[in-house]
Design a binder for this molecule. Structure first.
Ligand SMILES: Cc1ncc(COP(=O)(O)O)c(C=O)c1O
Length: 385
């Protein structure tokens, strides 16, 4: 028996967790001011790169004495640059609760070969933050993109810590409050919450991180693409837009356009409000249906960007196949693209709720999830005869 499809479709079916939906007002002609075919070191290119840095500072409320650099290789580049430059000076604690954090653990243990303390939690959980010693260097992911779990606040980070906090905030920046006084290194990529283009990473350094860079030389070699100091001094140019290598000025223009849009919806507060409203639309749906749950176990750690859902129904025998079939139906109907759970995460759906997504689209998607779920359950029943 076919189940009726809902009457309304999301106007934009893009709910991918990266690259994320572009700003609602996006069109390619908005990028026409990009200085294409010009040197990024010409005055016009440099001014664009500097503007990207300073407008990031304005919208995110980053303190004036923090350095902000545009670096190669997206968020991964920024995180690895930080770890390769800074770690090894003090004991290290690595915190991980999903796939990307686990990747940073592998880097530190297998590549840098540091004898780090490793604290991990299962998907849906977070580690005991109160037990973390921030006199050690601590590497962690603020928002676990593949588990939908976020750090609730920075209360566990000592104001007078001896260590550095290195925070991968790629799916948190522009959606969640980041306590800058507690973060020594923060990274994110343009392709996440602002729906920008991939390839470039943002590296934000506190004065204490700069102090470490200028006083410590790691035991391992650093390729040019990672080098932030010269003759023991910070290369200040990187933090005013003199990038280490050639950036895409098209991607820079796109980021500037996204920053303008962010300002137009009320800056960080407006963006957080949009993400929270989107997440509430999902939460209202979860509340009403006992066959769907958040992967995040504690509401205090529920992400408002990468919202991960699991199906709980005794009739489902193979969770992974079932969830994939639901995601496939949503995609085939063009109501939700790229919403399957991440490949290493528990089976389910992941709905991006960052600020570039419209709440009306999230709300319109919910009945479709019910439709796809019930249709798959009916198919299971038919198969069972
Ligand atoms: C938490 C986290 N860290 C790192 C990455 C890697 O980002 P990129 O591909 O932009 O380097 C992602 C991408 O989804 C992520 O979600």
């Amino acid at each position: 028996m076919a189940i009726d499809t809902p009457a309304t479709r999301p106007a934009n079916p893009r709910f991918s967790s990266g690259p994320c939906a572009k700003i609602p007002t996006f069109s390619l002609d908005k990028l026409s001011d990009a200085p294409l075919g010009r040197s990024h070191r010409a005055a016009v290119g440099k001014a664009k790169l500097k503007a990207a840095i300073e407008r990031t500072r304005d919208i995110l409320g980053i303190p004036d004495d923090y350095r902000i650099g545009i670096v190669p290789a997206s968020d991964t580049g920024a995180v690895e640059m930080a770890m390769w430059n800074l770690l090894g000076a003090r004991p290290v604690e690595m915190l991980a609760w999903e796939s990307f954090g686990a990747g940073w653990v592998t880097d530190v243990v297998k590549q840098l070969k540091l004898d780090a303390t490793i604290k991990t939690a299962e998907y849906g959980e977070i580690v005991d933050l109160a037990g973390v010693d921030t006199d050690n260097d601590v590497v962690f992911t603020w928002n676990g993109t593949t588990s939908g779990v976020r750090v609730p606040n920075g209360d566990w980070i000592k104001p007078d810590r001896e260590g550095l906090t290195i925070c991968d905030a790629t799916s948190a920046a522009f959606a969640q409050d980041l306590p800058w006084d507690k973060l020594d290194v923060t990274t994110f990529s343009w392709q996440k919450v602002l729906g920008g283009e991939a390839a470039h990473g943002m590296l934000i350094l506190s004065p204490r991180a700069v102090e470490r860079l200028e006083s410590y030389t790691p035991a391992w070699p650093l390729p040019k693409i990672f080098r932030l100091t010269k003759g023991g001094k910070l290369i200040e140019g990187v933090f005013v837009g003199e990038t280490i290598n050639t950036p895409s000025m098209l991607a820079v223009e796109d980021y500037l356009v996204a920053l303008d849009w962010a300002a137009s919806v009320g800056g960080l507060k407006g963006l957080m409000g949009r993400a929270n409203a989107n997440t509430k639309a999902v939460a209202d749906f979860v509340e009403l249906h006992d066959w769907v749950d958040f992967l995040a176990h504690d509401p205090a750690t529920l992400s408002n960007t990468s919202v991960c859902l699991t199906f709980n129904d005794a009739r489902i025998t193979d969770g992974a196949t079932f969830a994939k079939a639901v995601a496939k139906r949503l995609e085939a109907e063009n109501v939700a693209l790229d919403v399957g759970a991440y490949r290493d995460a528990p089976a389910g759906l992941r709905i991006w709720c960052g600020g570039t997504v419209e709440t009306s689209d999230v709300a319109a998607l919910m009945p479709w999830i019910e439709w796809a779920f019930q249709t798959e359950i009916a198919a299971l029943r038919e198969m069972a005869g």
